[in-house]
Write a protein that binds this ligand. Structure first.
Ligand SMILES: Nc1nc2c(ncn2[C@@H]2O[C@H](COP(=O)(O)OP(=O)(O)OP(=O)(O)O)[C@@H](O)[C@H]2O)c(=O)[nH]1
Ligand SMILES: [Zn+2]
Length: 209
């Protein structure tokens, strides 16, 4: 029989197979990968590894269980007419690339131009986390953060800047340890108004020094 392509294989996975496996099944999968790496899952040092890896997955991929709309649900209007951008810098981004499941590590700057209402600043960091703790491409994650803030808050504008290193490029493959990937997304006033966009970029740059 001809070898099936990755896409043909996927078509043969039923929806039932997409539901979350049990913890035992997930731990078995880790044992398979340990054998694939060339080691013996029965040796003492590896006995608890499947349990630890599955626990780590719960942490690294907890974003699938978070609802960004809900996170941004509570708003405050009593801000004395404050009408300039609200910007957070140095938001840690810890994600995993969807191609190799390798870590993506970096930081994000996020700004929005409120239309009267603001949100608690921690909620912006939580939205970044809700999308970064998933399997991602940096472009998708950047767009999802912008979409979520725009949909949930209807601000006058949103700006996102993400600067990250992809371990699939630094520790394997092309092995370029110093390459950083930068993605940006501008919506509303940040797209229409070059001066506002430049102020955002300058503040991003300043915050890195
Ligand atoms: N656009 C984009 N590409 C990414 C991201 N993370 C990883 N990649 C790239 O995804 C690509 C996957 O390429 P493939 O040719 O399918 O896989 P591969 O043979 O493992 O590729 P190499 O990494 O080049 O060895 C690689 O070029 C990665 O550098 C991301 O966030 N965005
Ligand atoms: Zn990758």
């Amino acid at each position: 029989m001809d070898a099936m392509t990755d896409k043909e294989n996927l078509v043969n996975i039923t929806d039932d197979a997409i539901v979350r496996p049990t913890r035992d099944e997930a731990e078995d999968a880790v044992r398979t990968l340990l054998r694939w790496a060339g080691d013996d899952p029965r040796r003492e040092g590896l006995l608890e590894t499947p349990k630890r890896v599955v626990n780590a997955y719960q942490d690294w991929f907890r974003g699938y269980d978070e609802d960004p709309h809900k996170i941004l649900g509570k708003r405050f209007e009593d801000v004395q007419g404050y009408d300039d951008m609200v910007m957070l810098t140095h938001i840690d981004v810890e994600s995993h690339c969807e191609h190799h499941m390798a870590p993506i590590l970096g930081t994000a700057c996020v700004a929005y131009l409120p239309d009267r209402a603001v949100v608690g600043i921690s909620k912006i960091a939580k939205v970044v986390e809700a999308f970064s703790k998933r399997l991602q491409t940096q472009e998708t994650m950047t767009a999802q953060i912008a979409d979520a803030i725009e949909d949930a808050m209807s601000p006058l504008g949103v700006a996102i800047f993400v600067d990250a290193k992809h371990q699939c490029m630094t520790t394997r493959g092309v092995h370029h340890p110093n390459v950083s990937t930068i993605t940006t997304m501008f919506r509303g006033e940040f797209k229409a108004n070059a001066e506002l966009r430049q102020r955002f970029m300058n503040l991003c740059e300043q915050s890195k020094r």
